[in-house]
Design a protein around this ligand. Structure first.
Ligand SMILES: O=P(O)(O)OC[C@H]1O[C@H](OP(=O)(O)OP(=O)(O)O)[C@H](O)[C@@H]1O
Ligand SMILES: O=C(O)c1cc(=O)[nH]c(=O)[nH]1
Length: 178
């Protein structure tokens, strides 16, 4: 099986939780896709790195990250998968608010100013989380080339409205949820 097929099987078996939940946006849903159970899983996380690199390989970026916490292990999986392929790819973490002490940074990691960066998420429903990261990255002087998620739950229109390309490895149909 390919990495993409293997990762889909991992998500279906370990990441989908059925039952009433309140989402980040405040909306209610009948299922939750808990991708922390995938991006922090020793078998699935390396697949995440390779699948997300393959999905975005034509985009020409040299740093990757997004809004903490969901985006963080996606970005580091990509960093390590890129290193294994001989490619130097930096990661960064966008804080939900600027740190009040220490370096007082909103974006942690190597500087992103003047660089082409990819904004990632584990999953997105409204686009709100990746677009918050995009705004912070643009304020920091980065050029955001696109947004990419592992599983899309419906964020395409919001991301297109922000003028950005959007890539997703899987949608709800792939998971048998739509
Ligand atoms: O904002 P949306 O585009 O609709 O996407 C949904 C968000 O919900 C989850 O994070 P959550 O807000 O639960 O926070 P966490 O990453 O800190 O767990 C997920 O990781 C996305 O960031
Ligand atoms: O919209 C969300 O908050 C959300 C949905 C989902 O399936 N998984 C997740 O982590 N967040």
């Amino acid at each position: 099986m390919s990495d993409r097929e293997n990762l889909l099987a991992e998500i279906k078996s370990k990441g989908v939780v059925h039952g009433k939940v309140v989402l980040s946006s405040g909306k209610e849903a009948d299922f939750y896709i808990d991708l922390r159970r995938i991006t922090l899983d020793g078998t699935a996380a390396p697949l995440v790195g390779r699948v997300m690199l393959d999905l975005t390989e034509d985009l020409g970026y040299d740093a990757v990250g997004g809004l903490t916490l969901g985006a963080d292990p996606v970005a580091t999986a990509m960093l390590h998968a890129a290193a294994a392929r001989g490619r130097a790819l930096d990661a960064f973490v966008v804080r939900k608010s600027q740190k009040a002490h220490g370096m007082q940074r909103r974006i942690e990691g190597p500087d992103v100013a003047g660089r082409r960066v990819l904004a990632v998420e584990d999953t997105s429903t409204t686009g709100g989380s990746p677009l918050t990261a995009v705004q912070a990255l643009r304020e920091a002087g980065a050029e955001v080339v696109a947004v990419a998620t592992i599983v899309d739950r419906g964020a395409a229109a919001a991301i297109a409205e922000a003028g950005l390309p959007y890539r997703t490895a899987y949608d709800l149909k792939d998971l048998g949820l739509a």
